[in-house]
Design a protein around this ligand. Structure first.
Ligand SMILES: C[S@@+](CC[C@H](N)C(=O)[O-])C[C@H]1O[C@@H](n2cnc3c(N)ncnc32)[C@H](O)[C@@H]1O
Length: 336
């Protein structure tokens, strides 16, 4: 069935900025939109717009190129497809709500999910708050599949775009959410700078990033194992790496998850059990997503609490609140 994409594309061109020349006047056509300034053409895919058609970038270094190519290999198709049919009722935004929701209005006006992945959080937000205008941006090539799944949600629109160079005008967004994305890019600071640029004054961000577990010895040791393994994973195709994660998962359960689970059952040792890497794991399927995220990602920047705080401050954010859990740092901040 041919879907009518016009409502989605109309909303996108209202906020979009050309990644090539930074202009924001568009000519809308049936299959693509064209920048009136530089005539760059971006295709419409199932209601989403692809702002990075072939990642024809001027890479600053071979490392940067590796990160983009690996990110596409890792998440571009596989992860999103794998998750597409399995829509949960709540997803990662619930953590932001639990940590900051009682003190701040997290969802307001125009909402942007950066690195929205399978789109579950964007979908949840748009449906829970029908008065909002929501956008999801991700590098993944099959964002069109996500857009098709959510086609009937008229206040939710998807773009394929880069967190390091958002295809959005300055000051068009009121609330930004990004869960587990910036630490997998070449420059997390640039991602925060971009978030700041597209926010309106008075807008807010909610960001989750990995901690370096500076105060948690078992997890800190886990990150060292992660570092060692990712050196090896980096030189093999992601598909093989993902299979290796499945093969490794019983051992990870045996060494970390099950002992952690056991300790958590003893009241006096509960805290120690909770500090074990992947302590929530019960079966290989329950830890595979996290294992693959940590071992098959192109890069895992990990932050001390101070370094996490400094990311926000350097970009110009104020009223910063940080909650650090055994999983990572959650930050809420505002643009004055
Ligand atoms: C670990 S997944 C998290 C997805 C989603 N936020 C969630 O909570 O499930 C990381 C996501 O970041 C996206 N990503 C990685 N680098 C990106 C970049 N430079 N720009 C936009 N998205 C990026 C990946 O495609 C992937 O969907």
């Amino acid at each position: 069935m041919k879907l009518d994409n016009s409502c989605h594309v109309d909303r996108i061109v209202e906020v979009a900025r050309c990644p090539a020349c930074k202009s924001s006047t568009w000519l809308k056509r049936e299959k693509n939109i064209m920048c009136c300034q530089c005539e760059a053409v971006f295709s419409i895919q199932q209601g989403s717009v692809d702002f990075i058609p072939n990642l024809n970038k001027n890479y600053k270094s071979s490392h940067e190129r590796y990160i983009y190519e690996r990110a596409l290999e890792n998440w571009g198709e596989i992860l999103h497809e794998y998750e597409l049919n399995d829509v949960p009722e709540t997803y990662h935004h619930i953590h932001f709500v639990n940590h900051f929701g009682n003190r701040h209005t997290l969802f307001k006006g125009v909402v942007l999910g950066i690195g929205c992945g399978s789109g579950f959080d964007s979908q949840w937000t748009a449906q829970k708050y029908p008065g909002l205008l929501c956008f999801g941006v991700d590098l993944g090539v099959n964002i069109g599949g996500v857009a098709r799944r959510d086609h009937s949600i008229t206040n939710l629109h998807y773009m394929r775009g880069d967190a390091l160079d958002l295809p959005l005008e300055n000051k068009v967004v009121d609330s930004i959410f990004s869960y587990g994305v910036f630490h997998h890019t070449s420059e997390p600071q640039k991602c925060l700078d971009e978030a700041y640029r597209v926010l309106k004054p008075g807008g807010s961000v909610c960001i989750y990033l990995y901690t370096n577990h500076e105060n948690n010895l078992p997890k800190y040791l886990g990150t060292q194992v992660e570092k060692f393994l990712t050196n090896f994973m980096a030189v093999i195709p992601v598909k093989i790496g993902r299979m290796l994660c499945w093969a490794m998962s019983p051992f990870i359960l045996l060494i970390f998850s099950w002992p952690g689970q056991l300790l958590k059952k003893i009241p006096s040792l509960k805290k120690i059990g909770g500090s074990f890497p992947l302590h929530w794991g019960t079966t290989p399927a329950s830890i595979i997503g996290d294992l693959q995220d940590r071992l098959c990602s192109p890069v895992n920047h990990r932050f001390s609490r101070k370094a996490f705080q400094s990311l926000f401050e350097k970009s110009g954010f104020t009223n910063l609140e940080i909650v650090t859990t055994t999983g990572g740092h959650f930050g809420y901040a505002e643009k004055l």
